[in-house]
Every structure is written in structure tokens, then in C-alpha cells.
Design a protein around this ligand. Structure first.
Ligand code: ZN
Length: 173
């Protein structure tokens, strides 16, 4: 093992250990975010395909002759897909190494900013492990996440609303 010889190699070994300790946090957040993005993309695809097809079936419209309806019907799904891309790309900010963080400060898991512990909330990631693994998320990111969750919910409801409206129009005929 080359990093067991000499005093300089101790630093390398500790850096390696740090990277191993730090990686589960990042991976967990990353997996959660990518799963969310996949779910969003799925909803978006269903809406983008489902809404125009529903319009075409319900009103017996040839979408090839009326591209406006096709584009309009795809819009809710496309907006959701765009949101999915945004979720996928978010939180890519580079993180400082653990030894660069001053005492009493934490690094936000989402935006990567170093902030005082009072500027955010640390929550436990895994209750099974004896080591207290926490993810620190700043207040700004918590607010942003809440807002994003609400936007997704509103978009989903809007998609459902469009479908409900179409069904109502069909029934009223
Ligand atoms: Zn943050």
C-alpha cells in the first residue's frame, strides 16, 4: 500500500477516508432527486401523449389537420417535462471539503453554500446506522423545495383538470 509510508501519505489516506464518508450523503440526495425527476418525466410524458389523444378521441378530431390542438394539448405535459429537466439539473453546485467548513457551520446539501447551523435544518438520513448521519438543508432551499413541490402538484392538478373538463364537455354533448 503506497499510502502507508511516510508522514505525507497520512494526509492522502485521511482524504480518501473523508471522500468515502462524505459520498453516501451526496449519493442519497442524488438518487432521491433523480427518482423525483423520473417520476416527473413519466407524468409529463403521460400528459403530453394522453391529453392530445384524449382530445382527438373525444371530439373525433384529426390532429394532423389541426396541429394547434395537438400543440395545445401537449403543453401541460411539456411543462411537466421541463420541470423534470430542471429537477434533474438542480443541486449540481460543487461542495467544499469537510475540513474547509468552520466550526458551527454546515454545508447545505442542495445548494452547497456554507452557512451557520442556525440558518438551516439538519435532519437524520438513516436511523439504522449507529453513526448520526444528517443532511443539512438551508432555509432558502427548504422554501424552494416546498414551492417546487407545490408547483408540481398544481401542474398535476391542472393536467387532471384538463382531462376532467374534456370528459365534462363530452358528457354534456
Ligand atoms: Zn441551500
Amino acid at each position: 500500500m503506497p499510502w502507508n509510508i511516510g508522514p505525507g501519505s497520512v494526509k492522502l489516506r485521511s482524504a480518501l477516508e473523508d471522500s468515502f464518508v462524505a459520498s453516501p450523503f451526496a449519493e442519497c440526495e442524488l438518487t432521491m432527486r433523480k427518482t423525483g425527476a423520473f417520476v416527473l418525466a413519466g407524468i409529463g410524458l403521460i400528459l403530453a401523449v394522453g391529453v392530445p389523444v384524449t382530445i382527438a378521441v373525444v371530439f373525433s378530431i384529426d390532429l394532423g389537420k389541426k396541429p394547434g390542438i395537438l400543440v395545445g394539448g401537449m403543453m401541460p405535459g411539456i411543462v411537466v417535462l421541463m420541470l423534470a429537466v430542471k429537477v434533474w439539473k438542480s443541486g449540481a453546485a460543487p461542495k467544499p471539503t469537510p475540513e474547509q467548513i468552520p466550526l458551527g457551520y454546515q454545508v447545505c446539501e442542495l445548494c452547497g453554500k456554507t452557512l451557520p447551523e442556525t440558518e438551516g435544518v439538519a435532519r437524520r438520513l438513516d436511523l439504522q446506522t449507529p453513526m448520526a448521519r444528517t443532511a443539512f438543508v438551508c432555509h432558502a432551499c427548504t422554501r424552494y423545495r416546498t414551492k417546487r413541490a407545490l408547483i408540481v402538484l398544481v401542474m398535476f392538478l391542472a393536467g387532471l383538470g384538463v382531462l376532467a373538463l374534456l370528459v365534462q364537455l363530452f358528457v354534456a354533448k
